[in-house]
Each structure stands twice: as C-alpha cells, then as structure tokens.
Design a protein around this ligand. Sequence first.
Ligand code: ZN
Length: 294
Amino acid sequence: MVLLTSSLTVASLGLAGCGTPAAQSGGQGGSADQGVLTETLVLASFYPLVWLTEQVAGPDITVGSLTLPGAEPHDTELTPAQVAQLGRADLVVTLSGLQPAVDQAIATTKPSRVVDAAQIVFIDADPHFWLDPSQLALIAQPVAEHLSQVFPDSTTDFSERANQLMDDLYQLDREFAQGLTDLSGAAMVTTHAAFGYLAQRYGLTAISIAGIDPEQEPSPARLRQVRQEIEGLGIKAVFSESPGADKLATALANEIGAQAVRLNPLETKPDSGDYLTTMRANLETLRTNLVPPA
Ligand SMILES: [Zn+2]
C-alpha cells in the first residue's frame, strides 16, 4: 500500500511535465494527449510568471509556459492542444489583459484554479508590473497557496520558497532604489512603453516612443513630440527592448547624438540567467546610461 501510494505520487509529479514540451513547442504530434487524465498540470502564461511559479513550486514540479520560447507575449496565439491543456490544468498563473487569446481560452475552458496577477497587483492600462520587483513579489504567496491546494503534502515547502523569493525580490528592489538614488528625475527614453512602473517606483521619468504594445508603429507626430520633450536633457541613450525596436532606437539616438542601448523587459525567457540576473543587468545599464537632471 505504501509502495502504491508513493509510486502514484511519483507518477503524478513526473506527469506534471508531460504537457510542458507540447505547450512550449506548440504541440508535438499530440503528445500532450498521451498523458492520463490524472496528470497534474501547472501552467503560467509568460516568462515572469513562469519563472515566479517555478521558484515557488520547486524542482520537482514542471511549469508549462503558454507563450512559446522567444515569442512576444502581447500577441500570443494558442494551439488547440494548448487550449485543451488549459482545460485540464490544475493551476494556471496568468495576467489578464495582456494576452487576449489566453484570457479567452481561460474563460472558455475554465481551469480548476487560476491565479490572475491583475487581481493582485496595482495596475492600470499598462500591464508591465513585473518590471517593479516589489509588485512581482505580491504574487508569490497566492501562487504558494494555490499550489498547496494541488499538492497539499508540500504546503510548507511552497510557503518557505515563496518567502525566500519575496526576500530576493525585495532585496532587488532595494538595490534599484539605492542604485538609482543619484539619478532621481532622470529621463528614461525607451521604444516600447514597458518601463512605466519601474520608472515610477524609482523616481525616473519614462518617455516612450511607441505604445504599450511593441507592435504599434509610432507616428511622425509622436516622434517630433519625443524629440521636443528630451531636447536639452543631454540624453546619452535611447533604450531599445528588442531586436525589432533597435532600428527605431538607433534612428532617434543618431538624431540627438546618443546611443541605442538594449534593456530587457523580461517578456520572454532571457538567453542566459533569469529574472533576477537580468534585472540586475538592467540596473547596471540604467546607471551607466542615464543622465541626472541638471
Ligand atoms: Zn510589453
């Protein structure tokens, strides 16, 4: 009996990962459907929430991503296999309002447990709350509580990991606050409007060329407006958040005698490191390239 119980536990933990490759690759030959009905599925909608859920869940639980590797979360499309997976999920961690296809699939398939970051953090029309680590920290305990409902035996582990994660995120928050003290009021010119909460938290003035959705093309009028706003500020860098935005950043930078510099908005998994290391790299980039107000 003991053997049976433990092998069932191992089986369900092992199967937790079954859906993951399909979720990440868009469904390889229907492999997601070969699992048994009792498989445990923990899904998160895009990188910062996948990372956070992984930190709380620990190494034995696989967290599937609904956004394919390298894909831009703003315009995620789901495959039929992913929609079916959502319906079977034991827990989905998401941010409503960012990915309409995910919102719609959740409304249709009604997964048993959903943690919606938009119900927990403080946001307006701008979804990019995760670039303020003190806001990302708010999701840790709700994720731990919901994981505990799915895996009640691991409640203490989830709670401890959530506390550790919150410590790490508040530490990062202090590093940003300290690192940017001397730059209070500095203008931070970006292509995509992803850094509004970060700027607000640490006393910077965010000026973005394009809108919240990186696919939006800025109008010539908007470009003229940005040039006027930053005139005379001695701007050293125009920040680009993706290869697709480099051209726009370079064009404006050339005009004003500045450089185009990459910042990572962490919408997708970084090529190396994780949320914490990438945010620290962003902090260094800001410290090097921002100019304190005169
Ligand atoms: Zn974005």
